[in-house]
Design a protein around this ligand. Sequence first.
Ligand code: NAD
Ligand code: MN
Length: 358
Amino acid sequence: MRQYKIAAIPGDGIGSEVIAAGVEALLACAARDAGFQLVFEHFDWGSERYKRTGAFMPPDGLARIRQHDAILFGSAGAPDVPDHITLWGLRLAICQPFDQYANVRPTRILPGITSPLRQVSGPELDWVIVRENSEGEYAGVGGRVHRGLPEEAATDVAMFTRAGIQRIMRFAFNLARSRPRKLLTVVTKSNAQRHGMVLWDEIALEVAREFPDVGWDKMLVDAMTMRMVLRPDSIDTVVATNLHADILSDLAAALAGSLGIAPTANLNPERSFPSMFEPIHGSAFDIMGKGIANPIGTFWSGVMLLEHLGERPAADRLMRAIERVTADKSLHTPDLGGPATTRAVTTAVCEALLGDNR
Ligand code: NAD
Ligand code: MN
């Protein structure tokens, strides 16, 4: 029997609630399938550990998860720790050294869920946003000098490299090619940012020539927000920089019903390092500990994890279970306007999995 080792890192806030739910659903999924087994190893890395020991993960942390087949991550962020410390101390401390440069964020309107967009019932909105996940605005290049003085200055330099742009463009064109519409939108801001973003555009054009069968267009990021709201059906696959895609994907999640359902995969496509799967939402301080966090984003991330492992039938089965549950409005959590708890949704998904005879 195939066996996969998964590192579970719940992190902070509702991270622990949704990851517990996600592990339960994935184990139910593996139990339903005779072909493979999932072995979870749990890591208590996060803000509590940071406050206790001064570090989010132990010094040999990366080495301890280096050989795992995948990572399931919750959220990094606590009310009493500055956000840039948590993000760089935990999530980016894994993404960057493991070179998870392709961040994939599918968005569509699941059965039973209502989009805030008028006249959008489902098929009009079916997107995958590809986020460059290793450089750009979040490269970490910059500094701060003359602290506290009137001449205090700070910079964050957006860094773009030919190699970095080339690999994300190739990844995005390939992904667009694998989808029925074969359509890619390259998001840019090369009117205002005349160095890095112009290189971005030039390399998009070069890579596009390698994919003559994929239709593509280019869109300034501000205009892209309008297009997402006004003409969602004109979009299929999207590629954007680290910052732009971060923002656009929260908008996408809201247009598809709630941030709580949106999944993501931080992929190292060459598989030199483990890839990491997580809901796109954060710690949700306003609802943590209440038992009402929507676990669907984590379940859908679990689908992406299973796809990455090559367990396609199990991935499809988990997706069908998710859709059967979202179709029932009494199983919607409060972010979707329903009365359900994390527990109720998790139990329902596990039951749907066991009842799936396909
Ligand atoms: P957030 O995603 O935590 O919350 C935004 C809003 O969405 C809140 O009202 C929250 O209740 C709601 N929400 C989010 N997930 C939900 C779910 N599963 N079910 C129901 N409602 C949900 O974003 P924020 O408030 O900007 O950030 C809070 C903390 O999380 C900050 O410390 C931030 O840095 C961190 N954060 C971490 C990540 C990550 O680790 N990947 C991502 C985003 C934010
Ligand atoms: Mn974000």
